[in-house]
Write a protein that binds this ligand. Sequence first.
Ligand code: FES
Length: 365
Amino acid sequence: MLFNLFKKNAEEKEGASQYITLQVREIVRETPDAVTIYFDQPEPHLEYLPGQFLTIIMVINGKEERRSYSLCTSPFVDPFPGITVKKLPGGVVSNYMNEFVFPGKKITVMRPMGNFTCDYHSKNKRHYGMVVAGSGITPIFGITKSILINEPNSKVSLLYGSRNEAHVIFRSKLEKLQSDFPDRIFIHHKLSNPGATWAGTKGRIAIGDVQNFGADLLGDAAYESRFFLCGPQELMEATKLTLAELGVPKESIFSESFYLDSPKKEETEGEEQGITQEVTVILEGKTYTFDVTPDKSILEAGLEMDIDLPYSCQSGLCTACRGRLLSGKVTMDEDAGLSENEIEAGYILCCSSKPKSGNIKINIE
Ligand code: FES
């Protein structure tokens, strides 16, 4: 019964353009707690940008779960798209993906999303600085491969923190890149708890490491600098501050958050808050109007009405629920997933938005 229900849901989702079913092609164990799951190419081929992510939708123990995982592949290099999933303690989906997924399994996903990507040009002469910890390497790996293949005059320096030798995700693949592009990629591993024979640097990535790394890169005056950061929020915030102190403009720094460590923003008391408001959502050309009570986000209220609104993290990071506000006002508890340009252009995240006025109309593309 449950299976039929999910099958029907999956078929309905497949009919909607933001969903697609992918078949698992191969599973590669990267470390004791991380796998890369490669998918067969669907027809037409999956369109994505290096650094974007897929939102996986699956039923586990009778409950629909959604999680976003970054693509580690590059459409410029890799024939098949792949995501890398690291087990989290108690993580329902990440543990399932590590232990129970098999070649041939079909998985419903949302089409690739995310702004953590790079503009490539064969004439670019850039030095890219990647500051990464743990599974933060996943989107960076796809971006790095794309840079090396698309920009023959650019180079990449990677500062990569891991627990120990066995937990360095893509270690041998990175070594292969280094031997393929010996003058264009420079990799600095730092291990927090290495074995006795480790000859490299030890400890977590610290401010001093970022200062030296950033200063070296900026000293390379023949190249334009770009920085990509992916790892724990604390590391990224400290890295951004350090780079800013070194004079790096914020337009040259790109970052991706997997988890939110900071508390949610305080709710702003709007004049009309506390009132149930009618909200209209345009989704794939269809218009839905429903009430949103003060205790609910627009996403929660829409899902309760059985409207198939797109979502994944429900915490303002993944942008799966992104829509454009056509009229009215909302307050957003969390907008970390949106860029300043998107906010200026009127984009909101339905999972963290509550009505602040009447006449709210949102278009979800
Ligand atoms: S569902 Fe992820 S940002 Fe809203």
